[in-house]
Design a protein around this ligand. Structure first.
Ligand SMILES: Cc1cc2nc3c(=O)[nH]c(=O)nc-3n(C[C@H](O)[C@H](O)[C@H](O)COP(=O)(O)OP(=O)(O)OC[C@H]3O[C@@H](n4cnc5c(N)ncnc54)[C@H](O)[C@@H]3O)c2cc1C
Length: 451
């Protein structure tokens, strides 16, 4: 350990600060951070410098992450308690929706429909948008540290989403992880990955195209199966000879199973080859080879969706549940606050409850948690409300025909776990459902960005 590292750690420890890259040596992408001589002055200034924000006009609530959860949270905190001074901290400058991006791959919707402005969301809903990256917290003095300085909070809500966990498919070498991320991105985190996927689907010249479905509670249960439909529809439209090998790490299709099976048989029987219970043991991106316990697949191109985990921010801040395999937050299952801290909450896809990791779930859950925090600030309590999961899956294009599902959750006292309830799947695809999917997204964007 070099001297700089030593001093920095001691400095942070003395202040009781939990921080990314600082206490762990791991950066936000999970790659070992480079130690440099001039790191220390920069970190010290981030810790001692106040962020350039106006003074709080009321109890300040800092919301970290401007995704489906954080955007809804920021708006509804203010709606529920006007006295709150709300700051949304987001590291990206603009928002591009992941939901409906599968349809964008096949040109069924344009990028403008998916893109929205944080400035507009904040202006319309009376909160501050702070474009910065959170790197640490000090829960004792109620501060968060960003690359633009620190912010004091009365309540902190963390909604930083997910990260990929390539180690769970046998890829641990950072160089190989980088290669997979750059050449065979999963497309479940952001626009760069999805742009790369669109490009590859529209330029693929034919051959073996590999796609994976991860095990565990991955983001958007139906999306990898829907994406296989869109990829097949693109290949069919382009008239190329391609075989999609859809390798599922689960024992079977996780959702809308009858519908997807029928859709593949009806429209894409010569393109989509589905295999279940695939145990991926390693991938060699340079050789374009994926190995399972029993088999090996050579591919011409691929979309590799690895298992996921809660955002590394949660673990870096030491807020994860030690027994959670996906390193999700250690929160109260009904109240969402960190077990020993009623001023720090975690929502969205970093939560530990087994709810579907979806945008509609994050949106409906954030409305409940915003009301809960507002009640807490006023010395009240409210009853638990289930989030609602709603998901449309396109199976054809020109025009889009979709299936859908809607469900809620209940807590089973006997088994001491959450279960699905009021599940309404519609596994007959139709253009009406396709249109309903667009209307759903429009309603969600209106809810998160406009008044
Ligand atoms: C292809 C695809 C299709 C999908 N289809 C559907 C669908 O049809 N229906 C549906 O309901 N859901 C769908 N989803 C799932 C949905 O997108 C996610 O479940 C939802 O975005 C989760 O919301 P979140 O706020 O928890 O995370 P996110 O939306 O990922 O937001 C997290 C935010 O936190 C920010 N952040 C992270 N770390 C920091 C930091 N240190 N400092 C500052 N900011 C930080 C990130 O930049 C990001 O903006 C789909 C997802 C994909 C990828």
């Amino acid at each position: 350990m070099n001297d700089n590292k030593m001093k920095r750690r001691d400095f942070l420890k003395a202040g009781g600060i939990s921080a990314i890259a600082v206490s762990t040596g791991i950066n936000s992408d999970g790659v070992q951070a480079q130690e440099t001589q001039n790191e220390m002055p920069m970190l010290a200034s981030q810790i001692s410098r106040r962020a350039p924000l106006p003074p709080a006009k009321g109890p300040r609530v800092v919301v970290v992450g401007g995704g489906w959860s954080g955007l809804t949270m920021a708006k509804y905190l203010k709606r529920n308690y006007r006295a709150f001074d709300v700051v949304l901290v987001e590291k990206k400058a603009g928002f591009v929706s992941c939901p409906l991006s599968n349809l964008w791959l096949a040109d069924q919707v344009n990028l403008e429909f998916l893109s929205h402005s944080y400035c507009e969301a904040a202006g319309n809903n009376d909160y501050l948008f702070f474009n910065a990256t959170v790197i640490g917290t000090d829960r004792e003095s109620r501060k968060i540290f960003t690359d633009e300085g620190f912010v004091e909070y009365h309540y902190l809500v963390l909604a930083p989403g997910i990260d990929y966990d390539y180690a769970r498919i046998g890829v641990e070498d950072p160089a190989q992880v980088q290669m997979l991320q750059n050449f065979y991105p999963a497309g479940f985190k952001g626009i760069s990955e999805i742009l790369a996927i669109k490009h590859k689907l529209n330029t693929f010249e034919g051959g073996d195209f590999l796609m994976t479905v991860p095990s565990g509670n991955y983001r958007c249960m139906a999306a990898p199966y829907e994406r296989a439909c869109m990829a097949a529809a693109i290949f069919k439209k382009r008239g190329i000879k391609a075989r999609i090998h859809l390798l599922d790490m689960n024992p079977g299709i996780r959702i809308k199973s009858d519908g997807f099976t029928r859709a593949w048989d009806t429209f894409y029987s010569d393109i989509i080859h589905y295999e279940s219970s695939v145990e991926v043991s390693s991938i060699d991106p340079a050789a374009r080879r994926l190995e399972t316990v029993f088999d090996q697949y050579e591919f011409d191109d691929a979309i590799i969706y690895p298992p996921i985990r809660a955002s590394r921010l949660i673990e870096s801040l030491d807020l994860h549940d030690p027994i959670s395999p996906q390193k999700e937050a250690h929160i109260h299952p009904f109240k969402y606050h960190i077990i020993d801290d009623e001023h720090v909450y975690v929502t969205g896809d970093s939560r530990s409850q087994p709810f579907s990791k979806s945008g509609n779930t994050a949106n409906s859950e954030a409305k409940y948690v915003a009301e809960l925090i507002a009640a807490h600030a006023q010395g009240r309590d409210i009853n638990w409300r289930s989030p609602q999961t709603m998901c449309f899956s396109g199976v054809t294009i020109d025009p889009v025909e979709s299936m859908s599902i809607i469900s809620s959750y209940r807590f089973d006292e006997e088994e001491q776990r959450f279960q699905f309830t009021r599940v309404h799947p519609i596994e007959e695809w139709s253009t009406t459902s396709g249109q309903a999917g667009f209307a759903w997204a429009e309603g969600m964007f209106k809810d998160m960005f406009y008044t």
